[in-house]
Design a protein around this ligand. Sequence first.
Ligand SMILES: *[C@@H]1O[C@H](CO)[C@@H](O)[C@H](O)[C@H]1NC(C)=O
Ligand SMILES: *[C@@H]1O[C@H](CO)[C@@H](O)[C@H](O)[C@H]1NC(C)=O
Ligand SMILES: *[C@@H]1O[C@H](CO)[C@@H](O)[C@H](O)[C@H]1NC(C)=O
Ligand SMILES: *[C@@H]1O[C@H](CO)[C@@H](O)[C@H](O)[C@H]1NC(C)=O
Ligand SMILES: *[C@@H]1O[C@H](CO)[C@@H](O)[C@H](O)[C@H]1NC(C)=O
Length: 438
Amino acid sequence: MRKYQQLVLLVISCLSVGILLMYKTENNRLKYVLKYVNFFGRNDAAVLRRLENGTKDDLPQAAMWRPLPVWQMIGDSFHAYSAFWIRNELVAGGEAHVLVVGKKGAVVDFRCSLDLLNGRSVQGKFRFQRDSSEPPVDDKLSNFTSYHFFCQVSRDFGQPGSVSFTDITSTKVPVKLRLRSIKPKTQGKESKVSANQSRLPATICVDLVGFNSTSRFARNENAILQFFLFHQALGIDHFLVYNYDDLPEEVIRVLDRTNIHLVGLPFNFPFQQTNGTVSRVRQLIHNDCLLRNVNQAGFTLLLQPNELFFPNSRFTADGTKGSVQQQLRHFSSETTRFELATMSVCYDENGKFLPDNSQYDPERRAPYKLLLNRLELPPSQLLASTGEVELALSAAFVHRYVDCDHVGRDGLHDWRNGVRQDFMEHINGLRNEVHLLI
Ligand SMILES: *[C@@H]1O[C@H](CO)[C@@H](O)[C@H](O)[C@H]1NC(C)=O
Ligand SMILES: *[C@@H]1O[C@H](CO)[C@@H](O)[C@H](O)[C@H]1NC(C)=O
Ligand SMILES: *[C@@H]1O[C@H](CO)[C@@H](O)[C@H](O)[C@H]1NC(C)=O
Ligand SMILES: *[C@@H]1O[C@H](CO)[C@@H](O)[C@H](O)[C@H]1NC(C)=O
Ligand SMILES: *[C@@H]1O[C@H](CO)[C@@H](O)[C@H](O)[C@H]1NC(C)=O
């Protein structure tokens, strides 16, 4: 009898523990729900859209990294990063376009062939040109020269999977590079519609190669996180991160829980990087960024994590006002580059949100132009394009967060004084959205 009572007591205590645990998890779940109800209470459509779909959908863009670019040797003196197949638009044939650096002064003499997916290999015509960023006269600042290598064919043999280069002056061993295929813009009206439906409004290429990793900004993970969240609030979800290994682990971990897509790309640059090579290395990344985004996005821009892009509206139309795309469509289609005014804003690590940094140094100039690129031209003309306009400050600008240890003679100014009220409200709206997330 006693044993029976003991058993009953045991069962009852087990039940109570079970019920306790159940209530605890229910309570947690309730808290979670309440947190989201708070968002609903704000009725903030942009935030909702991002929270409802917590899982990452695998769009075709997921393959933006394929084939993975990587610096590999072709011959004794040259390295190639990425290779693109660009079929001709109106006539038969096409060409492989390869981003290459070579030792300064090395003789360029190659043979090339295209390896078709059906197993055949066809001889191509090799040609090359120096990148437009190369100075006309050889300078002493660097040991390398940037080139574009091309391998052309003038007939339609089928889709090539890779291109091979043989350095005739040295090894004479062919090196195979996988091709990323860029489809030409189709002429038909129907296919055009479906094409822009599947395109992303915009992407950002993130330059961690030139990024100053000893600045105060770089040592603050919260600031780097905000770089991604602010651009996401604008409607940009896809980031191509060059030298991805330098992105802090903690930032990746947090972003993994959001709808942000990070495309990690290596950048094992084979030459020594010095002051004099900064702009050329940036140009290389810019070229890869443009070619990689063709047919994937409407716009792209190359930023370092301490550069925040502020257009006066979002990329995705939110009803009240024209989106960035709609505003920029007013420019002729030849205009493919929009130069953005850049302010050097003093970064204070105690300010919680980036737009709260209000002082800028008007005398401190950015070392390079920041461009918003429209990706509508045929890929073969994309890199050579010169159609460039300066965007008005009332349309967009970039804040570049810097350490203000040496301030110019003119002193610091408050950037908010020059910004119209509706633009300021828009920036505050973005700030509040990011505030909800961190
Ligand atoms: C979530 O995403 C799926 C697929 O993209 C879509 O069909 C669905 O409508 C989305 N849900 C919400 C609530 O937006
Ligand atoms: C270029 O290479 C030479 C030797 O190959 C080296 O002595 C020199 O320091 C290098 N210069 C730069 C700027 O990297
Ligand atoms: C596709 O883009 C064109 C302009 O380039 C626009 O007129 C058309 O409405 C767009 N179609 C869709 C479905 O968004
Ligand atoms: C990087 O930032 C540190 C700290 O602000 C500064 O001292 C250094 O000059 C910067 N380096 C470059 C190359 O700008
Ligand atoms: C590189 O730049 C830094 C700061 O901009 C400067 O102090 C240094 O002297 C430069 N080095 C060379 C080799 O020009």
